[in-house]
Design a protein around this ligand. Structure first.
Ligand code: TXA
Ligand code: MG
Length: 319
């Protein structure tokens, strides 16, 4: 049986011994191991059933010692780091040899993040190595936002789940590639592009990634599957063609006519995209299989975190 607890010493000792431990971050829970030990990292891939071509993010408490793992700490990095880290942003930087190729799936770059969650911060400060940590879900499934969700997917195979409560942000980090001359967002996430643009004082490109894009091999279209088909788009239109009694709904702030109250997830009645983002993954997981056949998901406003929410819903709907 997996232990769930709040003991930082237990987590640190297991990680020092080369084991994997699920850890809380402010975005989603991560499945962590010593990023400098290839065999510990290999265990992450095995437990998640993750293809080896999908690189991992490494986590540090702060940028002290970052030069051991990455180069290219240029002006843009410093500006963004000072404003947003620790927080929900990952930086893709040229990698150094200390990081095993398995972590980066053979890429010459490494993604680095400084999580803000107090338990993640405290744990990282106890360790003298970075933690490689993908989201703590089985490959292709919805990312967990509390310890119980981790246990449901990976529980049987883990030594320890460090419980840090409910994730505050609820969406994975925004990934920004700083390895080329022009900064580029590779994954929408918990920090909006508008905030990044405001900080750097320039437009930032976001290219939708696909499995054919080698720069971001993990961003496959079919991801975040809740195990029930999802129909994403204009709710009013989609409602015309379905059996409403067998549908669940995910909407931003308004109720959906014709769907029973228990099958509705209204993510933020007051219309706050941050609140909606924090509730998204839990809501996707919460539908009871068997009682509905389809989840209708509304398109969110295409601004701020709404873009990241639409990205996740779109991928949850891909088959
Ligand atoms: O919020 C988060 O980022 C969470 C928490 C646990 O920190 N982690 C997370 O990891 O979402 P994961 O493995 O589920 O997603 C990481 C994404 C993958 O899609 C991967 O392809 C991309 O980051 N990635 C990692 N290293 C990269 C690199 N060097 N270049 C481009 N993309 C990279
Ligand atoms: Mg993931």
């Amino acid at each position: 049986m997996t232990q769930i607890g709040q003991d930082l010493n237990v987590a640190a000792q297991l990680l020092q011994a080369g084991k994997t431990v699920a850890i809380p971050t402010e975005t989603v829970y991560g499945l962590a191991a010593d990023a400098l030990k290839a065999d510990a990292v290999a265990e992450i891939f095995r437990l998640k059933n993750r293809p080896a071509f999908d690189p991992l993010i490494i986590h540090l408490a702060n940028a002290d010692g970052l030069e051991k793992y990455a180069s290219g700490l240029n002006k843009n990095f410093i500006k963004l780091y000072e404003r947003f880290s620790p927080g929900p942003i990952s930086y893709v930087l040229p990698k150094k040899d200390s990081i095993p190729d398995l972590v980066t799936a053979g890429h010459p770059t490494v993604a680095v993040r400084f999580p803000k969650h107090p338990s993640a911060q405290a744990l990282l400060k106890m360790l003298d190595f970075p933690l490689a940590a993908p989201s703590a879900n089985l490959f292709g499934k919805v990312s967990p936002t509390n310890a119980k969700d981790v246990a449901e997917q990976l529980g049987a195979n883990l030594d320890y789940i460090l419980d840090g409560g409910q994730c505050e942000v609820g969406l994975e980090s925004t990934i920004i590639d700083l390895s080329a001359s022009n900064p580029k967002v590779l994954r929408l996430g918990g920090l909006s592009i508008e905030e990044l643009e405001d900080c750097l004082g320039q437009k930032i490109e976001f290219t939708k990634n696909s499995s054919s894009n080698p720069k971001a091999p993990g961003m496959l279209s079919a991801h975040y599957s809740p195990g029930i088909p999802v129909l994403f788009g204009h709710l009013g239109e989609n409602l015309k063609n379905v059996n409403r009694q067998r549908c669940g709904s995910i909407s931003f702030c308004k109720a959906v006519a014709g769907i029973s109250a228990e099958n509705q997830r209204i993510l933020s009645p007051k219309g706050d995209l941050k609140e909606a983002a924090a509730k998204l993954f839990g809501s996707l997981r919460s539908f009871e299989k068997g009682s509905i056949d389809l989840i209708l998901a509304e398109e969110f406003p295409a601004e701020g975190l709404g873009r990241a929410i639409n990205d996740r819903l779109n991928r949850a709907s891909a088959t």
